[in-house]
Design a protein around this ligand. Sequence first.
Ligand code: PEP
Ligand code: MG
Length: 324
Amino acid sequence: AMQRYAGLRDLPATTKCGTTLRLCMNAGLMADLPSLISSGAEGVGLFRTELQFLIRTRVPQRAELAASYRRVMDNARGRPVVFRTLDIGSDKILPYMKRIEEPNPAMGWRAIRVGLDKRGVLKMQLQALIRAAAGRELNVMFPFIADGDEFACARGMLTEQLEREAALGHQMPTAVKVGAMLETPSLAFASDGFFRSCDFISIGGNDLKQFFFAADRENERVRRRYDTLSLPYLGFIEMIVHRCAEHGVPLSFCGEDAGRPPEAAVLAALGLRTLSMRPASIGPVKALLRSIDLTALREVIEEGRALGVTCLRPAVTRFLADAG
Ligand code: PEP
Ligand code: MG
């Protein structure tokens, strides 16, 4: 499939109406990195750091982590890499961690909640990231931020670690950007101050959608019951786009929906300009974006709204069939 789109690799994801999107890739292992060059991705929009913890039988050491983050950045050859700090708990359980039984792990003690309560591992990970980024830019994002205070605490931890590393005489990153993953509906309603305090925000659509519809992403019975292209959800995404635009916060979308061509097209029509997806999706998404006019797609969305339909998929499918 990648061959079919090889001719598009070095072409921009520019729509018929002249809007250019940045298409980045999601990664989680060293083995994913050759795809960065072959797919034509403009960077790694989401590096899931928990996989490197999951494949070991003990907590990795700071030096090992720093070495692997350094290799990730080396392999990106100057393209930006956004490291997402540990998102353990929920569906990702570390073999060497004491397992705690929770009735609803996806809504339980996971991700930044663990990081802020048991600070040792997150501190160590932040130190490893800072060391790995010596002399270059560091992009860090915190997962599953549910309110502005959590982001302020997490950001504060990073600032402390930067000060510590500087005091120890380590070479510093040239710039540090700190972002929040918007994966719980609550964060969309956080204060203006929260939005202003973010260097960027990335929508984690997999989690955001499960919490928006209260439909477990792991449960086959309900997983596909609610469509990403339903207007209530799209309206919510649009609200996030507006809040970010109002405060000049760069916004991206990094859930699996970003890699589905019709969904990617609609996200672009709603105003998303950066999408991060599995590398194999970059070609198909780029091909579709290059064939459509976002203003016309925007009209399809408005018509659906005026008609009061719940789901836009039939209309979007028709529009895309005519465009292609
Ligand atoms: C998401 O929730 O959309 C996301 C990108 O993170 P993960 O799939 O790792 O939970
Ligand atoms: Mg998530």
